[in-house]
Design a protein around this ligand. Structure first.
Ligand code: SF4
Ligand code: SF4
Length: 157
């Protein structure tokens, strides 16, 4: 294992993997996750920006619409082919909703066949919920009709 201790100063050490493991450094781009809202729904609004930005074209999304929320869309299907992924992080940068992160601290597991490297929405939705103050704006508030005060009403007398 090579540790960088500064410009031109590297330290080579040996650990007994897999019994000993060294955590990845902060900022390591690991396995993707789809972040969830406090109510458990995905933060993703199926805008396709991550899939558009992905140079490896390894993100597949199918959008659906909520009937009762101003969050207009959500991913009915969201899949990432981790074998095609080149771990560039463009999808994270492109997302306007902080809905996709690579902060799991783990790498993609080895698999015995290619289809097993395709992770679906259920497999990707993990980790603590993510909230943002602007979230309140995305929930539709029922329209209320406010009656004018009595004195403003014309009595015709
Ligand atoms: S990290 Fe890069 S290659 Fe991988 S899914 Fe995101 S945009 Fe695509
Ligand atoms: S993860 Fe983000 S960028 Fe990708 S479709 Fe969902 S909201 Fe859009």
């Amino acid at each position: 294992m090579l540790e960088r201790r500064g410009p031109g100063v590297n330290l080579v050490s040996t650990i007994s993997y897999p019994e000993e493991r060294k955590p990845y450094p902060p900022g390591y781009r690991g396995m993707h996750r789809l972040t969830v809202r406090p109510d458990g729904r995905p933060r993703c609004v199926a805008c396709y920006m991550c899939a558009t930005a992905c140079p490896a074209q390894c993100i597949y999304i199918e959008a659906g619409e909520y009937e009762d929320q101003a969050i207009e869309k959500y991913p009915v299907r969201f899949e990432i082919d981790e074998l095609r992924c080149i771990v560039c992080g463009f999808c994270v940068e492109a997302c306007p909703k902080d809905a996709i992160r690579m902060d799991t601290g783990t790498h993609a597991p080895s698999v015995l066949s290619r289809p097993l490297a395709v992770f679906d929405k259920e497999a990707l939705m993990k980790g603590p919920p993510v909230e943002h103050p602007s979230d309140v704006l995305t929930y539709r508030v029922p329209l209320r009709t406010v009656a004018p005060p009595d004195e403003d009403r014309g009595t015709g007398e």
